[in-house]
Design a protein around this ligand. Structure first.
Ligand SMILES: [Zn+2]
Length: 399
């Protein structure tokens, strides 16, 4: 069924109906190819130049553009203005869902489905907004980037950046309930392995209990969380945090365990780095070792993603603020808790903030929906934003 030009709600329905579970997270998941091809086709019909390139085998990003003039538009700050809309096409698994995942049924003004909120409604809103902004006559360039694999390793946005796709600013249309979210947390994964000595359960004189030693690390971590992390603050994100995610150790009831691995996740605020996080965990282990002669532990960072932080007075935040006011929306600025591709874009020098329809609290949940009217409101705001940022004349359209 063709999707009418600029119709964000119909496009959301079309995208939700295509299963695009991330195959790196969900064994047997079909990936993004089918949904990417469908979106590429629709964007071509809507008048965009569309490029589809594999970020990984069979997992294509969709990049769509219409350049008006030679990107000589002026933003409110007077610079040549181009804008990237960025959203991911992959979704997480459907285990435990309480409704049909791919039906896009609408009940009580809510469209249900895996990805309805996270984040096919956001992708649809940004595509519709780009179309409407172009129709209103913007002069700068709008780049639509619909990417793969955000839910796992963000291969899509990484490859997009490697290929040199750039803009003066970006909006990542993750679900923010139409709040401006200029910052989000990062995270660091750390393995702590304590080494004990295996022995018969009766031989306290020989055995060294690796699990109890892991307990000492956890206790130190608990204290560190209260005392130290609780005192660190970011204006929007509040405090960083730490939790133990997984634990593995021991071989039998009557055996002293010779090793135990605790896998820890540390959520970081802007300014905290993986090196620092590793040093801090090492220092906690060193403190335990100082009072336990036979305590020995390895600390290893296994994965990290940086936090993202754009100033609340940055031009893209100010223009989004103005676009919200111009469309009759209230302006709310909050921190995002979840990690997003905005961090990668920021690291590549593209100020990127999150704004989109839906509530991140429903992402990955047993019940996932997006309020239908929020899709339309987000599209209005994004159209206004793109029109202002890319230097077009103020639009009169309102749906
Ligand atoms: Zn998402």
């Amino acid at each position: 069924m063709p999707v009418a030009r600029g119709d964000a709600i119909a496009l959301t329905r079309e995208l939700v109906r295509i299963d695009s579970r991330n195959p790196s997270l969900v064994p047997g998941g079909p990936g993004e190819r089918v949904v990417a091809e469908a979106l590429a086709e629709i964007l071509r019909e809507w008048g965009f130049d569309v490029e589809v390139h594999d970020a990984a085998p069979g997992r294509p990003n969709v990049v769509a553009r219409v350049a008006r003039g030679a990107a000589v538009g002026r933003s409110e700050s007077g610079r040549a203005a181009s804008l990237m809309f960025n959203g991911h096409l992959d979704v997480v698994g459907t285990d435990g869902m309480t409704h049909a995942p791919w039906s896009a049924d609408v009940r009580d003004g809510r469209m249900y489905g895996r990805g309805s909120c996270d984040m096919k409604s956001g992708v649809a809103a940004m595509c519709a907004a780009a179309t409407r902004a172009l129709d209103s006559g913007v002069e700068g360039e709008i780049v639509i980037a619909a990417v793969v694999d955000e839910e796992n390793e963000s291969l899509g946005t990484r490859v997009l950046i490697e290929r040199g796709v750039r803009a003066d600013a970006a909006i990542v249309t993750e679900p923010t309930r139409l709040c401006i979210m200029p910052a989000h947390l990062g995270f660091v994964w750390i393995d702590v392995t304590t080494h004990g000595r295996a022995a018969h359960g009766s031989r306290w004189d020989l055995g060294v209990d690796a699990i109890r030693h892991a307990g000492l690390v956890l206790s130190a971590l608990d204290d560190f969380d209260e005392r130290e992390l609780g005192a660190r603050q970011h204006a929007l994100l509040r405090r960083p945090s730490v939790h133990a995610s997984l634990i593995d150790g021991g071989s039998g009831m009557s055996t002293y365990p010779d090793r135990c691995t605790v896998r820890i996740e540390r959520r970081t605020i802007p300014g905290e780095t993986p090196d620092q996080v590793e040093r801090e965990v090492r220092a906690l282990c060193d403190a335990v070792a100082a009072r336990r002669a036979n305590f020995r532990a390895d600390v290893r960072v296994t994965f990290a993603q940086a936090p993202s932080d754009v100033s609340v007075s940055a031009p893209i935040v100010r223009v989004l603020d103005a676009a919200l006011r111009a469309t009759g929306e209230s302006v709310r600025v909050e921190g995002m808790t979840a990690w997003t591709d905005a961090a990668l874009l920021n690291a590549a020098g593209i100020p990127a903030i999150c704004f989109g329809p839906g509530d991140i609290g429903l992402a990955h949940a047993a019940e996932e929906y997006v309020p239908v009217e929020e899709i339309e409101r987000a599209t209005d705001v994004l159209t206004e934003l793109a029109t202002r940022w890319c230097g077009g004349r103020t639009t009169e359209w309102r749906s």
